[in-house]
Design a protein around this ligand. Structure first.
Ligand code: URA
Length: 229
């Protein structure tokens, strides 16, 4: 005969309190990120500080010499989504943060369209100092800064890496590819120990010049929104 286990109501309440039964009976997904959204491991924090210091201490760099601030990153270092642009412009140089000028305003709108914002993602650039007159960084400059952004990606370890524009794409994927053929596809790639799904889309500054391409960027954004991570 099976013996029925009688548990006293007091014990049951204590048990439910212990296991936080609200989480079990709530039909919404448990938000594991609520409490410590920005709290990162000591290792990650230390690696980010070390990388930032290395870039700050770079020698004989005309980009650094000609700029006001280094632009390292913005957003949540714990995010599963990292975005990489080209290089800071005038507003970014002034504030020391990426994508805070006109292109940044459009980027914010693009993120909002898929229910994201800059606090939910992590943003950086291929180059950390503003090129004069916002010119495109030279191949030499990209070569010099590439180890930094590669390390940066490895430290953040995102599930999704969004490359904004052809400079970021050519620097991190290769010079033989063109953005019109590469955008809107998932590419599995490794950066050091970080295995990530890369998607390339148009740079917001390009979209401001070519608004007809926004429909293609919308396709890419929906792919990011719908990716299971
Ligand atoms: N364009 C970029 O690529 N990065 C910025 O931070 C600002 C504009």
């Amino acid at each position: 005969m099976i013996k029925k286990n009688k548990i006293s109501p007091i014990k049951l309440i204590k048990f439910y309190n212990l296991i936080n039964y609200n989480l079990i009976y709530n039909n919404k997904a448990i938000n594991r990120y609520k409490k410590d959204t920005f709290q990162i491991s000591a290792d990650k924090a230390e690696n980010l500080v070390r990388l930032k210091e290395t870039i700050q201490n770079i020698k004989n760099c005309s980009l650094k010499d000609g700029s006001t601030n280094m632009v390292f990153s913005d957003g949540n270092p714990k995010s599963k989504i990292m975005l990489v642009g080209e290089a800071p412009g005038a507003s970014e140089d002034k504030e020391g943060l990426p994508f805070v000028g006109r292109a940044g305003a459009l980027l914010d709108k693009m993120l909002a369209a898929i229910d994201l914002d800059r606090k939910k993602v992590y943003i950086s650039n291929i180059i950390n100092y503003r090129p004069p007159s916002n010119r495109r960084p030279t191949d030499e400059e990209i070569k010099r800064y590439l180890p930094f952004i590669t390390k940066h990606i490895e430290i953040i370890n995102p599930k999704i890496l969004v490359l904004l524009g052809s400079t970021a794409m050519n620097a991190l994927i290769g010079n033989e590819v063109v953005i019109s053929k590469m955008r809107g596809k998932w590419i599995e790639k490794k950066f050091g120990n970080c295995k990530t799904s890369v998607i390339i889309t148009f740079h917001p500054a390009f979209l401001m010049r070519q608004p007809a391409q926004k429909k293609m960027a919308w396709i890419d954004l929906k792919m990011i929104r719908d990716k299971n991570i």
